[in-house]
Design a protein around this ligand. Structure first.
Ligand code: Z5A
Length: 230
């Protein structure tokens, strides 16, 4: 272990968010990364948005049922914001303060992309909600898992089987293409925080790409040498 100048403080955990379109493999990869970090003796938890805390999970149910859509894009944004507010205050901030690494399946970029870029909610409202809900709690690293839309949708359909599509799964192809472009734009605008991962590969290959991005962006300081194999 070589502690460089930019080593994380001993007291605060690292906050890593996973973003991407439908079926990009976030849930699969977040579990793998958590296992690897925990094996490296870095206490790590996995959480998700919307959800992750008791109040936010209730809102998740409302939003994914499609009821939020009926209220319109602004009100739907408020629901995501209310869920995030609860999640951050109840789980994310306390865990980071205790030195735990937090891996979160979707976060504020999802609101920027789904409600902002694609839903056409006024960027001023999106920024105001972000300020209120997360303040300075920016992710240390955001991994944007990128797959061609057709690949992601095929995976999602195969996983769903006979079950009905949820609120967002039911949207058309152009909706998902816009999502993909919006994520790539965020990555171009914030290259220090974001890493685009080519996720159109087998899970082992994608996991190795994620590990490399982690080392490139967060330094090797907290990751023992023996765990850096692909
Ligand atoms: N939303 C929003 O609008 N605004 C917000 O602020 C927030 C969220 C926070 C939450 O959906 C929805 O809320 C989301 C955005 C919106 N809408 N959508 N769509 P969710 O939590 O129910 O689901 P999701 O976040 O979209 O993830 P997902 O579609 O469930 O997919 P995933 O987590 O990215 O992928 P996965 O579950 O790991 O993999 C999908 C399938 O592919 C599965 O069968 C895997 O075994 C398989 N898979 C995974 N990786 C591979 C590889 N590498 N090769 C082949 N097959 C693979």
């Amino acid at each position: 272990m070589t502690p460089p100048a930019a080593a994380p403080t001993a007291s605060r955990g690292r906050f890593i968010t996973f973003e991407g379109g439908e079926g990009s493999g976030k849930s699969t990869q977040i579990k793998r990364l958590a296992d690897r970090l925990n094996a490296a003796k870095l206490p790590t938890i996995v959480t998700r948005e919307p959800g992750g805390s008791a109040g936010a999970e209730i809102i998740r149910h409302v939003v994914l049922s499609g009821m939020g859509k009926m209220l319109g894009p602004e009100a739907e944004s408020l629901l995501f914001a209310a869920a995030r507010d609860d999640h951050v205050s109840q789980l994310v901030a306390p865990a980071l303060a205790q030195g735990t690494w937090v891996l979160c399946d979707r976060f504020a970029d999802s609101t920027r992309v789904y409600q902002g870029e694609v839903g056409k909610v006024d960027p001023k409202l999106i920024r105001a909600l972000e300020r209120v809900t997360i303040g300075d709690l920016k992710p240390d690293l955001t991994l944007i898992l990128d797959v061609p839309v057709a690949v992601g949708l095929k995976r999602a359909v195969a996983r769903r089987g006979a079950a009905a599509a949820d609120r967002f799964e039911g949207e058309g192809l152009s909706f998902h293409e816009k999502l993909r472009e919006a994520y790539l734009k965020i990555a171009r605008d914030e290259p220090k925080r974001c890493a685009v991962i080519d996720a159109d590969a087998d899970p082992d290959t994608v996991a190795a790409r994620i590990w490399t991005a982690l080392r490139d962006h967060l330094f090797t300081v907290a990751i023992p040498r023996e765990t850096t194999r692909a």
